[in-house]
Design a protein around this ligand. Structure first.
Ligand code: BG6
Length: 278
């Protein structure tokens, strides 16, 4: 089942249900904000205080950060780029079999994007909803000059309690600590006792989110950087769309091309950033 829905404020999203899973994706930002396997609790975290309003990014799910990850040197431009607050075109939904549905959404340059990012592009997100979740974000350079992108599938995961989770698979990896801007080396599993905001580098293997209620496996492609983030107490209070204790039940493991892993695309060249969440 694929249903196109519209809230009274005009906010549109696509609802999917098949034998294996269910999902919801907004046209704004191609933002997947719900995914759950049949009969199971959602894998993605969605803030109870999130806005479903045009122009504001949803807090939770999988924001698409593009064409830059993090802040821009030009501070008047939005953090994490403009894709997550732009209205994408719903290209279509394909019910491949009883357990697999594929949604495709597309964003391309227009007068507004060309004013803030001076390149012609095509951005397509393919979301496969099955007993696994698969995301493929394809950037094509439609311009006659090269451009550089940094980006992320900024996935928010729902966890039973932040103090009880461990992230495995990043031991001995070099990371940029975005709280101190120093390079560090990971020692063992990642656990959470304070704010964590890190860009791990040269990541190839699978990452495991080990939680009391389940294990989630994340395998990225077209990417060698992974962002791990939890805002903890004080930053949560400063953030939009978050309840004060929201940090306790979420964390982000972001499939990225960030910092040294940013990519340069020549005219007509394409790059696919992918994530399989199982
Ligand atoms: C993460 C960054 O990717 O996104 C954090 O590493 C940031 O520093 C977080 O706070 C959320 O960003 P935003 O723009 O959605 O509030």
């Amino acid at each position: 089942m694929i249903v196109h829905k519209k809230l009274t404020n005009g906010f549109e999203y696509i609802e999917v249900k098949n034998e294996a899973a269910e999902a919801k994706a907004a046209l704004q930002g191609a933002h997947l904000f719900h995914y759950a396997r049949a009969g199971e609790e959602p894998i993605l975290w969605l803030s109870e205080a999130s806005d479903f309003e045009l122009g504001k990014a949803i807090r939770g799910g999988v924001p698409v950060c593009w064409p830059w990850f993090g802040f821009n040197e030009d501070k008047s431009l939005p953090q994490h780029g403009f894709a997550r607050t732009s209205l994408w075109e719903f290209v279509g939904g394909d019910e491949v079999d009883a357990k697999t549905t594929v949604l495709t959404l597309r964003l391309t340059h227009d007068e507004k994007t060309l004013q803030i990012w001076h390149y012609k592009f095509l951005l397509e997100l393919k979301i496969t909803i099955s007993d696994k979740l698969m995301l493929e974000l394809k950037t094509t350079n439609l311009d006659d000059k090269s451009f550089k992108i940094s980006q992320a599938l900024h996935t928010y995961f729902s966890v039973s309690h932040i103090s009880e989770v461990a992230i495995k698979g990043l031991d001995k990896k070099l990371y940029l600590d975005a709280l101190t801007w120093k390079m560090e080396i990971q020692n063992g599993d990642i656990t959470f006792e304070q704010e964590v905001d890190r860009v791990y580098q040269n990541v190839e293997g699978e990452i495991v989110l080990s939680d009391k209620k389940r294990e989630v496996y994340i395998k990225n492609s077209g990417s060698s950087s992974v962002v791990v983030w939890n805002p903890w107490i004080e930053k949560t209070l400063r953030m939009s769309g978050m309840k004060p204790n929201a940090y306790e039940n979420m964390l982000c493991i972001e499939s990225a091309n960030a910092f040294d892993d940013a990519r340069v695309l020549k005219p007509q060249e394409e790059h696919i950033l992918g994530a399989v969440i199982d």
